[in-house]
Design a protein around this ligand. Structure first.
Ligand code: HEM
Length: 384
């Protein structure tokens, strides 16, 4: 038998047990609601009581004094970490020079490049308007003299055609998205740009071959000598139809074009090579070293592989734009600017009067060629 006093105790214990059970169920529910709210936000909930072997201390006897901010500041500053893959460049997470490179390339460089090319075209237009076409003062003689052999013309046109295609496809990379893309639309622009990239990559070799050919064939005719001084003093006779300073195979103006083509072409080829085969060549550190020695400048001589590549793209673009300006002037004088000039690279035969006016010393040395050529063509014979 259970007494009344005992009964009330049993009831109290049961009530207490029920209360404890309810509290346990409620707290469990509360925890799971809490955690799922964190999960929805994609973050971990509050950490469970510490159970790590170090008891919460920074392992490895490190003080743990560097904050996240300091860590990311170092990464942002370009500190190179270690990686186990062969490409050690991947150890640099953020390379700030990339930002400077992009803003210089898309900013001042593109701006001045477009001004330089437009300025050259405007100047040539003004020159043409004032001077007109430079005529053969004594008219055509009907006799010709061989100016360039087939192999010379082949070398020139290999260089010229490859340069023009390289210039157009290269300028498309620099300005196409602003100039061409709005005109022809995204699909056509991306197709043209991709084809242009392949052409640009492969035609670089044709350009180098053409450059080598004209260098070997014409270098001896382009060494400076005393006739150049006289020619330059008379402004090349370019401002008057009556003035014709004597010149050998190439006059001083052409020698300048020749050396600009060779030096600019070599520089374009080397920087282009560096871009075509990235991270295999490092030209800038060594060059800066020599430039610093000669001019007392303070260019950095220790450059990372990525900095080398970035400098190569900038230098390649600047040299290309410089060459485009020089060659625009050359194309002008070799075509519309001067009567009879194009024949030299067209058929290889120029009118004798043209040759006497622009290259009198060279004609004197090659009178035999005139005689033979004119007799071979059945034209008038010079008196014996
Ligand atoms: C695409 C149009 C071009 C035309 C119409 C043209 C025309 C000519 C002509 C007529 C000559 C011979 C001048 C003479 O008889 O004395 C010549 C020479 C020469 N060309 Fe071109 N050329 C062109 C493009 C180029 C290009 C793109 C380059 C170099 C990248 C180049 C480099 C040279 C050089 C170095 C010479 C010898 C030096 C001189 O005459 O100035 N040409 N060109």
């Amino acid at each position: 038998m259970v007494g009344v006093g005992e009964k009330s105790w049993i009831i109290r214990i049961r009530k207490f047990g029920a209360l404890v059970l309810c509290a346990a169920v409620l707290s469990l529910a509360a925890v799971s609601v809490d955690q799922s709210a964190y999960a929805q936000q994609g973050v971990a909930g509050p950490a469970a009581p510490d159970a790590s072997p170090t008891g919460g201390a920074v392992p490895g006897d490190v003080l743990g004094t560097s904050s996240d901010a300091e860590y990311w500041r170092a990464v942002r500053g370009g500190v190179q970490g270690n990686v186990s893959i062969p490409d050690k460049k991947a150890g640099t997470l953020v390379q700030s020079e990339g930002e400077a490179w992009r803003s210089f390339r898309n900013g001042p460089m593109s701006l001045y490049a477009s001004w330089a090319m437009l300025g050259t075209i405007v100047l040539l237009g003004i020159f043409y308007a004032l001077r007109g076409r430079i005529r053969i003062a004594h008219g055509r003689s009907g006799q010709t003299i061989t100016r360039f052999k087939a192999i010379e013309r082949f070398g020139h046109w290999l260089l010229a055609v490859s340069f023009v295609v390289l210039a157009l496809t290269g300028l498309n990379v620099l300005f196409g998205r602003y100039v061409l893309r709005p005109l022809i639309g995204d699909s056509a622009f991306s197709f043209i740009t991709q084809m242009g990239k392949y052409l640009h990559n492969y035609l670089g070799f044709a350009f180098m071959l053409g450059l080598l050919m004209i260098f070997v064939m014409w270098v001896r005719h382009n060494l400076p000598d005393r006739t150049d001084i006289k020619w330059a003093m008379q402004g090349g006779g370019i401002f008057s139809d009556k003035l014709h300073p004597p010149a050998k195979k190439f006059n001083a103006g052409q020698k300048v074009i020749f050396w600009m083509t060779i030096l600019g072409g070599v520089s374009l080829s080397l920087s282009g090579w560096q871009l075509l085969f990235p991270f295999t060549t490092h030209f800038f550190g060594g060059t800066f070293d020599k430039v610093n020695l000669i001019f007392g400048t303070d260019f950095p001589t220790v450059l990372t592989a990525l900095q080398e590549q970035q400098l190569a793209t900038l230098w390649h673009s600047m040299m290309a734009v410089f060459m485009v300006c020089v060659i625009l002037a050359h194309i002008y004088i070799g075509s519309v600017g001067m009567e009879g000039a194009f024949d030299a690279m067209g058929t290889g035969e120029v009118d004798l009067n043209w040759a006497k006016e622009h290259h009198s010393i060279w004609v004197d040395e090659h009178m035999d060629d005139v005689h033979q050529k004119s007799s071979a063509k059945g034209a008038a014979q010079p008196a014996e």
